[in-house]
Write a protein that binds this ligand. Structure first.
Ligand SMILES: [Zn+2]
Length: 220
């Protein structure tokens, strides 16, 4: 009788979860597979041979296979959540560095939180956030964004935070310090930050006192 034997690579599922699929360009579910060569007899796998061939991440939607490192990238959902959290911590720090009771500054902070995706954010949330603020968390929230945000995203983040400080007048030294902390955590140089601040303050604003709507310098 003729024996047909050989080997074949088999994938065994070891974990599942959600990841950002680079091929789909979206959050998808994945299966983490361990690859191993098996001895086959009449095309039926009998036993594993040799060492493990490593692992691969398989997208359940497009079927694409990726190296396990792909799981290190945050999902879109996680990233958005980080962004919202970071904006709130940065906004609150800026608010506290100035006058947290100033109506225009509070309005700018609410606006910044909404633009970062927290659509229902209002003054009640702001009161809670102010009470819960721990400024030492800024770097922890912002550092993950340094990789995920592009240059434009970082600049617009800085602009939003600066807008809160500028809502009640020119930036004070403590407000400038918050801006420097935020900027450094995002990986922007001091010169870059100065450039952003100059471009915001140079934009048309009522020269007497910044009583105008805080949106004035954001749209161009
Ligand atoms: Zn995919």
């Amino acid at each position: 009788m003729l024996l047909i034997f050989g080997t074949r690579v088999r994938a065994t599922a070891v974990a599942t979860g959600e990841f950002f699929c680079p091929r789909c360009g979206a959050d998808r579910s994945y299966v983490l597979q361990r690859l191993r060569r098996w001895f086959t007899l009449f095309f039926i796998p009998f036993f594993p041979v040799g060492k493990s061939l490593g692992e691969q991440v398989k997208c359940s939607t497009c079927g694409g296979a990726f190296r396990p490192e792909v799981l290190n990238a945050p999902t879109t959902a996680t990233f958005s959540e980080n962004l919202r959290g970071a904006m709130r911590v940065a906004s609150m720090s800026m608010l506290v560095a100035g006058d947290p009771n100033n109506a225009a500054a509070r309005l700018a902070a609410v606006d910044a939180a909404r633009k970062s995706g927290a659509e229902n954010y209002d003054d009640t949330w702001l009161v809670h956030d102010l009470a819960a603020l721990d400024s030492s968390q800024i770097a922890g929230y912002l550092t993950p964004l340094a990789q995920g945000l592009n240059e434009q995203g970082k600049e617009s983040f800085i602009e939003q935070v600066a807008g809160i400080g500028l809502a009640d007048g020119p930036l004070t030294p403590p407000e400038t310090q918050v801006l420097e902390t935020v900027s450094a955590a995002l990986g922007l140089s001091a010169a870059h930050l100065r450039g952003i601040v100059v471009s915001i303050t140079a934009a048309p604003q009522s020269p007497a006192n910044g009583d105008g709507p805080p949106d004035e310098y954001r749209h161009n």
